[in-house]
Each structure stands twice: as C-alpha cells, then as structure tokens.
Design a protein around this ligand. Structure first.
Ligand code: AMP
Ligand code: MG
Length: 316
C-alpha cells in the first residue's frame, strides 16, 4: 500500500468503515488509551503478516490481541484464577494478561510467534471498544510505529511513521494514558510482571494481595524488553538537571523551570506519562541531543523510567 490512508472520524460511519477494512484484511490505526495500535484481524495470517511487515517487527515478537469483552478472552485462552481477579479490577484498561491458548482458538500462529500462550487486552478507549464491537472478532495490534521507534499517541505520529502502510487512521484524539499496557503472565498460578506500563505495580499488587514476582527467566521475547527501543534519532541522556549547551532539555517538575520542553511542569506523573511520547517526538524533530530531567520511580514513574532507559540505550 502506498496511497495516503483514509482519515476516519470516530463517528458510527467512520467506525463501520474501519471495521469493514479490518474484515477485508486491511490494517487500521486504532486509538486506544495507551498508544495508537496497528490493528489487523488476529485470525488472518495475511493481515498479521502485514502488521509485521509494516512495522519491520521481528517475527519472534508476539502481538497483543484486543477484544471487546471478557467472554472473547475466555474463548481464546484459559484465564487462571489470578488473571480473572486482575481482569475484574483493570479491564477494560491498560493491562495485558498472558495466558495459555485454548484448543480451537483460531488465532493466526504468527500472532503468538508460535508460543502456546497469548497476550490479551480489553482496551478502555470508547472508540477502540466501538471498533472491536463492530468488527466482532479478535484484533492483533502492536503500537503503530516502525519497530524500535517512539510510540504514537496522536494520529499525526501514526501518519509520520507509518502513513503509507495503513489503509486508514481512525482519529480518537490524543491517548490519555500515553504508556503501553502493563503485561502480567502467570507461572504455576503466580502473577509475574513482564512489562511495567499503564497500571502501576502498586495497583496490581493491591489486587493480588502481595508482591508480584518479576520475570525471572530473562528471556521474554518482547520488543518492549529489548535494551534499545522507543529510540529518537538523536542521543538521549537521563537524570540531567544541568543540560549541556545545544541539548534539548526535557524537564519534570517546577525545579526545571527553564526547560525547553517539559513532561509535567507541576511534577504530575500521570501527566508525564500521557505526554512522554509526544514530547520525545517533538524533541526528536528538533534534531539536537536530548537531556531528560530525573523522574521519580513511584507509580507510573516506574514505566516512564523504563521507557526512558530504553530510549537512551545504545542502538543495536
Ligand atoms: P507491543 O505490542 O509492542 O506492546 O508488545 C507486545 C508485547 O507483549 C510483546 O513485546 C511481549 O512482551 C508481550 N507478549 C505478547 N505475547 C506474549 C506471550 N505469549 N508471552 C509473553 N509475552 C508476550
Ligand atoms: Mg511498541
């Protein structure tokens, strides 16, 4: 595909057209509360192959399957007890659960990169929910950006990164959470935090009634687990309170008053999460080295620091 994508309003007609495109095996950029997703029919091997090709995503990195309702998730996977508890507390919302596939699930093998488990999420964004309901099936959707680059939180980010590779962009405005979902898997019935994200560890632990184990295997085949990811073109350094001449300084909190850009002038972590990728895109456009102020690690700060570390990592 090389023509310009259709920009669809989030009206009944726009959502119906996006659902028709998905049913025809095309890719649609879908707004969610985390980031924009590059959506395709999870049951279609061809649509899924298009997702991997459009992003330049390595085939060993599995995709998250998005659903309108928990019944859809239960039809695809056996949700263990703690998964049901977490789903009850956080779905729809920015939490992905990884559970064993059920027989007859119908999901294209490429979605799970051949794994016996599948990653599932019910997004909360009303436009995503409306599209998933209109489509009526499971939708595979990684972030709608070229693999390894900054995630998109506006239609403009999608157009800049993948504009010639999607049939349509469904415009749902700017993403409210702004960070990818937290990912939780299960090991012998115990919840394991596989990726920090839009639901804080503290909130997850409050529902689980105790500490979550960290992924111990160290072998999660996840782009979000790769050292370099979310990378701007220019070099990026962290924990900077005194930027060098020529650097774009991204501040956090009132002590960074003179900063050229800020994640949150008041030091609000939710605002910083929502603005993180947009600010990184903006800094990237300026084409100068980037220096980011320290961000505390509590709450969503853990996921913000995780994304910043990967953005700063040496590129592979
Ligand atoms: P993204 O779509 O870029 O947010 O990334 C999806 C992430 O979900 C992957 O990078 C993995 O970390 C995780 N994931 C998806 N499926 C599985 C699975 N079956 N087992 C473990 N992690 C998974
Ligand atoms: Mg991504």
């Amino acid at each position: 595909m090389s023509e310009k994508p259709e920009i669809l309003r989030p009206s009944d007609a726009g959502i119906a057209q996006a659902a028709r495109l998905l049913a025809a095996g095309e890719l649609v950029a879908m707004p969610t509360e985390t980031v924009y997703g590059l959506a395709g029919d999870a049951r279609s091997g061809e649509a899924v192959a298009r997702i991997f090709a459009a992003k330049g995503r390595p085939a060993h990195n599995p995709l998250i399957v998005h659903l309108a309702a928990i019944e859809g998730a239960r039809a695809l996977a056996d949700l263990p007890e703690p998964a049901e508890a977490l789903a009850g507390a956080f779905w729809p919302g920015p939490l992905t659960l990884v559970a064993p596939l059920r027989a007859g699930h119908g999901v294209a093998p490429a979605v799970t990169a051949g794994l016996p488990t599948v990653a599932l999420r019910l997004p909360a964004h009303p436009v995503a929910r409306a599209l998933l309901t209109a489509f009526g099936g499971p939708v595979a959707a990684p972030s709608a950006n070229p693999s390894g680059r900054i995630s998109p939180t506006t239609p403009a980010h999608v157009l800049a990164g993948l504009g010639d590779r999607v049939a349509a962009v469904l415009d749902g405005g700017a993403c409210a959470v702004g960070l990818e979902s937290s990912i939780v898997g299960f090991d012998a019935g115990r919840a394991v935090l596989l990726r920090e994200g839009g639901v804080s560890r503290e909130a997850l632990e409050a529902v689980m009634g105790g500490a979550l184990s960290q992924d111990a295997s160290g072998k999660v085949t996840a782009p979000g687990q790769l050292a370099s990811h979310y990378a701007p073109r220019a070099a990026l350094r962290l924990g900077v309170l005194a930027p060098a001449p020529g650097e774009v300084w991204i501040g956090f909190g009132p002590e960074c008053e003179g900063a050229e850009l800020t994640l949150s002038a008041t030091g609000d972590l939710n605002e910083a999460a929502a603005r993180l990728f947009a600010v990184l895109h903006e800094a990237d456009h300026l084409g100068r080295p980037i220096a980011v102020a320290p961000v505390p690690v509590a709450g969503l700060g853990a996921a913000i620091n995780d994304r910043l570390r990967r953005a700063a990592a040496p590129r592979g």
